[in-house]
Design a protein around this ligand. Structure first.
Ligand SMILES: Cc1cc2nc3c(=O)[nH]c(=O)nc-3n(C[C@H](O)[C@H](O)[C@H](O)COP(=O)(O)O)c2cc1C
Ligand SMILES: [Mn+2]
Length: 471
């Protein structure tokens, strides 16, 4: 049964031991972030979601790590077992069979309504994530909903927002190809403000879909419906012509004005470095609706590994796999992996069984075309290399690559604009130069001699007798 709302899901997560609650009062402007960081510095399987019941100066609780503290948490949100294969195939099925959201009347997100002068974002416990380095609190789990003014197709994306006043935030689209940025360019061309709604505190599948790169003409809420196995219920906004998830904890309704920009940032970015400040558009809030005593949901980001790097990694691996295997129908692909050390965007590893001359080069030349900026480093290797194991990745690079022959630089490709190596920090984000990619063929080019390990029959014998050695 799909979760009714975030609260029901948090109860289940807590019951499974995958979420822990802090009773002690904490400071949202440094402590929440530092406690979450400490949890993320543990082994992946030891991480858990966090709830903070008492935030200094506020009445609402804060929850973080609730979607992707670990693969176990992510799987619990999808109501499946946590194996990589199950998660990726769930994603593939959802991308291929979306379930459109449905409009209902009334929803708990309307329990309290504040308009005009009553709007006060500062009433909600929005944390500061990089204390002393970020200029203030940032909303890190905003599901921004906009519509294409031509096609009317809805988009939902997570674009973090700096709280800049009671009714104002900044907004960062880190590439002009971000879908809300494409919508906004169309509104700007018409000299009309773009209506936008932001849902915070949602069923985790909505955040999963909002973090994923799905095609421009696909509504992320329909993908979220497919992940959940049931349509997402939506209600109409009060002041703008958009619909929002009915069970959300908090909704911000507002608009973004053409041509208007203000200094925003810096912010601790997913690359692991501070990004900005940049001149960015503003989101003006006209109305806030929320549940009574809303639960404030945040995503943990900054230096990977983080909730953000896992949340972006999973659907992107599914996307690349789907692109190569189902769209291009290239045979022999076993696994694709975007390590979190590269923010789950910069490095792409592919494990494949080479079947014909030029097969590895075919994969290297096409794997990145699914997204122009992702995958600055692309490495293909053979079926015997576990690309999810960093040691095995380095082993493959060490002995299956003759640099002069196997490393190729592809110039003039889109840049991951927040990449600090792309340009010095004072170059405006959207004016950064083109970048390049490294394509590495780390497959064996001829039959290698045997692996230098004892035959397995001897190892198994030692295993059987292990206790007898007194070790
Ligand atoms: C925690 C988190 C924060 C993010 N912040 C931003 C951001 O500030 N700007 C941005 O362009 N993308 C950000 N992203 C990535 C986008 O959500 C992602 O690219 C998504 O595909 C955007 O939706 P779209 O494809 O419909 O544009 C963030 C993702 C996560 C998980
Ligand atoms: Mn989109």
């Amino acid at each position: 049964m799909p979760y009714k709302d975030l609260r029901e899901y948090l109860e289940v997560l807590t019951g499974k031991g995958l979420m822990k609650w802090v009773e002690r009062e904490v400071d949202k402007d440094w402590e929440v972030s530092c406690i979450a960081r400490k949890v993320f510095q543990q082994e992946p399987e030891k991480r858990y979601a966090l709830g903070f019941k008492r935030i200094k100066g506020h009445n609402s609780p804060v929850v973080v790590g609730t979607v992707a503290a670990s693969r176990d948490v992510y799987a619990a949100a999808l109501e499946i077992s946590p194996g990589i294969d199950q998660i990726i195939s769930k994603w593939e099925r959802a991308l291929s069979n979306p379930i459109e959201a449905e409009i209902v009347t009334g929803g708990v997100c309307k329990e309290v309504e504040e308009k005009g002068k009553e709007v006060n974002l500062n009433r909600f416990p929005v944390p500061t994530w990089t204390p002393e380095k970020d200029p203030g609190p940032y909303i890190t789990a905003p599901c921004m909903i906009t519509k294409d003014p031509e096609s009317g197709i809805r988009n939902v994306g997570i674009y973090r927002m700096q709280v800049k006043g009671a009714d104002r935030t900044g907004i960062l689209w880190d590439l002009p190809s971000q879908h809300a940025a494409i919508h906004f360019a169309k509104y700007e061309a018409r000299q009309r403000p773009m209506p936008a709604a932001v849902a915070i505190g949602v069923d985790p599948v909505i955040l999963m879909a909002a973090a994923a790169k799905v095609p421009l003409d696909v509504d992320e809420l329909a993908v979220a419906g497919a992940l959940r196995g049931q349509a997402i219920p939506l209600v109409k906004c009060e002041t703008i012509d958009l619909e929002v998830p009915a069970t959300a904890e908090l909704i911000l309704e507002g608009e973004i004005i053409p041509g208007e920009k203000e200094t925003e940032g810096p912010f601790g970015e997913y690359t692991g470095y501070m990004g900005g400040p940049y001149e960015l558009p503003l989101f003006h809030i006209k109305c806030i609706t929320h549940r009574k005593d809303p639960v404030y949901q945040a995503l943990h980001s900054q230096m990977p590994p983080s909730e953000s790097s896992l949340l972006r990694q999973i659907p992107e691996e599914a996307n690349v796999y789907k692109h190569l295997v189902h769209q291009l129908k290239i045979p022999g692909i076993i696994d694709v992996h975007l390590p979190e050390s590269g923010g789950s965007y910069a490095i792409l590893w592919i494990r494949m069984k080479k079947m014909y001359p030029g097969h590895a080069q075919q994969v290297l030349s096409t794997a990145w075309t699914h997204h122009p900026a992702f995958a600055k480093w692309i490495v293909v290797t053979d079926e015997d290399v576990d690309i999810r194991n960093p040691f095995m990745r380095e082993w493959a690079l060490s002995w299956r690559v003759e640099p002069r022959k196997d490393v190729h630089i592809l110039p003039n490709t889109s840049s991951l604009l927040l990449d600090p190596s792309a340009a010095p920090p004072d170059v405006p984000l959207w004016e950064r130069p083109l970048s390049s990619k490294v394509l590495i063929d780390a497959t064996k080019k001829w039959k290698y001699t045997d692996i230098a390990l004892p035959p397995s029959k001897y190892m198994e014998k030692v295993e059987e007798d292990w206790k007898k050695y007194g070790l």
